[in-house]
Design a protein around this ligand. Structure first.
Ligand SMILES: [Zn+2]
Length: 221
C-alpha cells in the first residue's frame, strides 16, 4: 500500500503522488487497486486520434501542394485546401480539448471562422463573397448555436451574453460595410443584425438584473 509521510494517510489507489499534497509516496510493495474509473486512457485515445488526423492532414496538404505545382501554373487550389485543413486542425486541437469550457470554444471557433472565411475569400480571387454572404450567414449560425445553448443551459443563460455581444458587434460591422457601399445587398446584413439585436435585447430586458451584473463582471465596471 502507498503511504504519504507528510499527511500520514494510506492510499490504496494506483498512484505515485499523494492526492492531497502531491508528495511522492512511499510504498510497501503490496498490491494497489483502482478504486475509480480510468478516464485517462479515454483521453489518451482521443489525443492519439487527434494527432494522427493532424499528421495525415499535413501529409495530404504536402501532396496537394506538389500535385498543384505540377498540374496547374504554379500553386493555386492547394492554398484553399491548406486553409480548410488549418481550420480543421485548429478545431481538433482547440475544441477537442476538454479543458476549454464550451463557451470559450464557441467564442474562439467563431473568431477563427471569421479569419478562415476572409482568407478563403482572398484565396479564391478576393471577390468579396465572405462579406456578402459568408459572414452574415456565419453570424446567423452563431445566433442559432447560442439560442440552442441557452435553451439547454437555462440556469446559466447569462454566460452566453458576451458571445451574443460579439455576434451583435460583427453584424453591426457588416451593416456598416453595406452602408459604406462595400457590399450591395441589404437583406443578409440586416437579417444578421436584426436576429442578433433581438436575441441580445430580449435577454437583456427579461433578465435585466442578471444581465447587468454579468456585463459588469466581464467589463470590470
Ligand atoms: Zn500527502
Amino acid at each position: 500500500m502507498n503511504r504519504c509521510k507528510r499527511c500520514g494517510i494510506e492510499i490504496v489507489d494506483v498512484t505515485a503522488v499523494c492526492p492531497l499534497c502531491e508528495t511522492v509516496l512511499t510504498t510497501d510493495g503490496q498490491k494497489q487497486y483502482r478504486t475509480y474509473p480510468d478516464v485517462r486512457s479515454h483521453i489518451k485515445i482521443l489525443k492519439f486520434i487527434v494527432k494522427l488526423a493532424v499528421y495525415f492532414l499535413i501529409v495530404l496538404e504536402l501532396v496537394f501542394l506538389v500535385a498543384d505545382y505540377y498540374t496547374a501554373d504554379g500553386i493555386n487550389w492547394s492554398i484553399i485546401t491548406g486553409l480548410c485543413f488549418l481550420y480543421v486542425i485548429f478545431t481538433l486541437f482547440y475544441s477537442f480539448n476538454r479543458r476549454n469550457s464550451h463557451i470559450r470554444k464557441i467564442y474562439w471557433q467563431s473568431f477563427a471562422g471569421i479569419v478562415f472565411l476572409l482568407m478563403l475569400d482572398v484565396a479564391t480571387g478576393a471577390t468579396g463573397w465572405s462579406l456578402r454572404w459568408g459572414l452574415p450567414v456565419g453570424v446567423l449560425f452563431l445566433d442559432a448555436v447560442l439560442g440552442a445553448c441557452m435553451l439547454f443551459n437555462r440556469e446559466n443563460w447569462q454566460s452566453y451574453l458576451l458571445v451574443q455581444l460579439f455576434a451583435l458587434v460583427v453584424s453591426v460591422l457588416l451593416l456598416a460595410l453595406f452602408f459604406a457601399g462595400v457590399t450591395e445587398h441589404p437583406v443578409l446584413p440586416w437579417t444578421a443584425f436584426g436576429v442578433s439585436a433581438v436575441i441580445f435585447s430580449l435577454c437583456f430586458c427579461i433578465g435585466y438584473r442578471t444581465a447587468k451584473n454579468e456585463l459588469r463582471r466581464r467589463f470590470y465596471i
